[in-house]
Write a protein that binds this ligand. Structure first.
Ligand code: IPE
Ligand code: IPE
Ligand code: MG
Length: 251
């Protein structure tokens, strides 16, 4: 995701983000606040995801990355992991045809090895069916961790060096970026985290180098188009400099 030139470089401040990434957090607290099981929070979180995919399309955003299961989420109780995997299965089975009809291309980043075969088959099916779609890239970060993604890229580069196919001096940021999970997708312009937490939790740490971070207090199941528009308005007030000078004073 990092080799393409930053998609918004040189854009006017009023221009919207082309790539929005979301850390969908707060399902459990949403449920606890209502005396409901955590699983109900996750179920309502899928409904929020449907709303947001539609809203993002309407707003002309080209890439939406969603953090749906982290490498570290394996430390949750097995029942909760089962609930989350069940929801992913149901989401793909129920929504894939609609996503395809709406021109959404599904991509999956993260570690596939070790996932149950039926989950891998569903992820592959979603990617294959929607491969030709161009309206919106929906990048699902599933079993994803940024450190692991970077380590995997380093391993591939090291192998090329060991096999004599690459000179170590050719390893730079672009070369490493080529071996991340979705190298053709531009870096996120805007990363939103819901639920009030203010951290990345191992999400897109390489790609976030110049992303604008917006933290909203809303728990993910309550996230809607208005919340998204609020985050985009906050993004529009930011001044992106990419290490250069402010637009007003720079030449
Ligand atoms: C986000 O909600 C869903 C995942 C991390 C899979 P949480 O389950 O983290 O909800 P909280 O943070 O406990 O409220
Ligand atoms: C990040 O949320 C992972 C996802 C949203 C999938 P967590 O709830 O797992 O993050 P921490 O543990 O609060 O940092
Ligand atoms: Mg959480």
């Amino acid at each position: 995701m990092s080799n393409a030139a930053p998609a918004t470089e040189g854009q006017d401040r009023s221009d919207g983000p082309l790539h929005v990434a979301i850390i969908m957090d707060g399902n459990g607290r949403w449920a606890a606040a209502r005396g409901l099981p955590r699983a109900e929070g996750h179920r309502r979180g899928v409904e929020a995801l449907r709303r947001v995919v539609r809203a993002v399309s309407e707003l002309g955003i080209l890439h939406l990355t969603i953090f749906s299961f982290s490498s570290e989420n394996w430390s949750r109780p097995a029942t909760e992991i089962g609930d989350l995997f069940g929801l992913l299965r149901r989401f793909i089975r129920n929504d894939l045809a609609t996503l395809h009809r709406d021109g959404v291309r599904v991509r999956v980043i993260g570690e596939r090895a070790g996932l149950e075969p039926d989950i891998c088959a569903l992820l592959n099916e979603a990617e294959e069916l929607t491969r030709g779609n161009t309206r919106l890239n929906l990048i699902v970060a599933f079993n994803y961790g940024s450190r692991q993604e970077i380590a995997n890229a380093a391993q591939r580069l090291a192998r090329e060096v060991a096999e004599g196919r690459r000179d170590p001096s050719s390893i730079d940021a672009d070369a490493l970026g080529q071996y991340l999970d979705a190298p053709d997708i531009p870096d996120p312009d805007l990363i939103i985290r819901t639920s009030g937490e203010q951290r990345l939790s191992n999400f897109l740490m390489w790609q976030a180098a110049y992303s604008e971070l917006v933290f909203v207090p809303t728990h993910w199941p309550d996230f809607d188009k208005a919340t998204l528009e609020g985050a985009i308005a906050e993004y529009a007030r930011r001044e992106r400099r990419f290490g250069g000078l402010a637009a007003k004073t720079g030449s």
